[in-house]
Ligand binder design. Structure first.
Ligand SMILES: [Zn+2]
Length: 234
């Protein structure tokens, strides 16, 4: 598993955050084909990523946010397994009506996010099943910014698993601070630190004993710690 995770990390270094989310998802569902993975709705994908996080690093996720009231740094633990128990979207489509505008959308998939590259309108365009103004067909480009933003918000709210919001109350000032927990970004950052620490262990043990990388990676964590201790590195 260690070698596979290092390979995943290596591939992720050269792609953007959307691409990293797809790579992590492949690790969460090793039996799925690339096409199947891209067809998974984002809420389900994120639930899979919370599951992967629990499997790799445990269920307790240390989260830090700065208090909106006093700036105090707040630390708490989020339970990664809580997401699998969240409600599934009640419907497959979301309809938003704003004045004379009507937008009907399906749930975005991992592939939609990858294609949109963070552009809200591109994502809306990919997921819009119907856009009309006063009953006449319209396009995403016709939508006023407020309607487009409202449509994006409605889709996010329809699947809570895709938009995990934290609400922390500050013990210092009592103010509550909301923050979005982006599981793909969070898990990538953890994988990145883990990979760098692992390669440092390889470097230290390879330098001390002349072992090769696979030899070091094959050691159990306890043995690796012990040898590092013997070399004065732990
Ligand atoms: Zn505060």
């Amino acid at each position: 598993m260690t070698a596979e995770l290092l390979a995943l990390w290596e591939s992720g270094l050269s792609v953007d955050p959307a691409g990293r989310a797809v790579l992590l998802h492949a690790a969460a569902r090793p039996a799925a084909t690339a096409e199947e993975l891209l067809d998974v709705v984002v809420g389900q994908r994120d639930a899979d990523l919370f599951g992967l996080r629990a499997a790799l690093f445990g269920a307790a996720m240390p989260v830090r946010v700065a208090c909106r009231g006093c700036g105090e740094e707040l630390e708490f633990e989020f339970d990664a397994t809580a997401v699998s128990g969240m409600a599934l979207p009640a419907t497959e489509t979301v309809a938003v009506t704003e004045g004379e505008w009507t937008v009907v959308m399906r749930m975005p998939t991992s592939g939609d996010l990858l294609g949109a590259r963070g552009a809200g309108r591109a994502l809306l365009s990919a997921c819009a099943l119907e856009i009309s103004r006063g009953g006449r067909p319209a396009t995403v480009d016709d939508l006023p910014a407020a309607v487009a933003a409202g449509a994006g918000q409605a889709v996010a709210e329809a699947d809570p698993r895709a938009d995990v919001e934290l609400d922390v109350v500050c013990p210092e000032c009592g103010e509550s601070t909301g923050a979005e927990l982006d599981i793909a970004g969070f898990l990538w950052a953890e994988l990145d630190s883990w990979a760098r620490a692992t390669l440092l262990d390889v470097h230290l043990l390879a330098s001390s004993y002349g072992w090769r990388e696979p030899d070091v990676l094959a050691l159990s964590p306890a043995r690796r710690r012990y040898y590092l201790e013997l070399c004065g590195h732990a």
